[in-house]
Ligand binder design. Sequence first.
Ligand code: AHI
Ligand code: MN
Ligand code: MN
Length: 313
Amino acid sequence: ETLGVIGFPFSKGQPRNGTEHGPNVLREAGIITSLQSLGVNVIDHGDIEIEVVLRDEPMKNVRNPRTVAAANKKLSDAVAKLVKMNQSVLALGGDHCMAIGSIHGHAQVEPNLVVVWVDAHADVNTPLTSVSGNIHGMPLSFLLKELEEFVPKVPGFEWCKPCLSVRDLVYIGLRDVDPAERLIIEKFGIHAYSMQEVDKYGIKEVVERALNQVDPSGVRPIHVSFDVDAMDPTLTPATGTPVSGGLSLRESFYLAEEISNTGRLSVLDIAEVNPLLSTEDKRKLTVINTTDVSTKFYGYRRQGNAPRDYELP
Ligand SMILES: N/C(=N\O)NCCC[NH3+]
Ligand SMILES: [Mn+2]
Ligand SMILES: [Mn+2]
């Protein structure tokens, strides 16, 4: 099967320049060749062309609404096109507003998808609960049907019809959740495995419970939205909102291997790599660790990978 890679060189969902370089630093780190060396047929479709919308005034406190909306509409169309062609999609961000386009596009073709949101943050503020106005802290509020009545019209987002139900979403890695976000999680009973649960149950149990809760019959396409700040900042320091006490490299590998083992990973977002926010060696560390997790999502096994259709000589 074919893995289509799309770059989303974007940073306007948050205030720190640099995430627009995420796709290219991941490519420069060899993420494409690493995946090809697994025997995956990888096609790099290049980057979404980002247009700057002039006079993109804030709507109440929501920053860069039209620019964020336009970019994510393009991403949605691109992801939908590839999924329709039976490609798995790896979307390289870019800040986490990318999930609006990525999940929306995926859902146009696979409405039965489930979302595994791997992140230190819940990213489920609405435009009315967000303190910052940064859309990368709100993507799920644009996607969740149950939140539609709580989300005001934001200019540019007319195309974005909510496409996900709270019961089809599960969080892993939370450790910096706003009060309003916790209210939403509890009000709608969203499945959420914070780092507290990871410590309590262990990653094996967390992954098992998470997948069983959103997809007990084990048949639904999986969308993983992976914010690199889910991992411990000692592993991925080049990111905008690092939070201590994150997933270890081995917990991240295990999560990726188990998702890969389902055989139903359909779209993976890699969000919030910001090479400008750290020294050269910390940038290198971030992209190497991110690449190493990505290869586990697409078949690399620490146990070893026996050659396919090949006998011992
Ligand atoms: N990395 C971030 N989200 O995943 N930052 C925004 C969230 C702050 N509440
Ligand atoms: Mn995020
Ligand atoms: Mn985050």
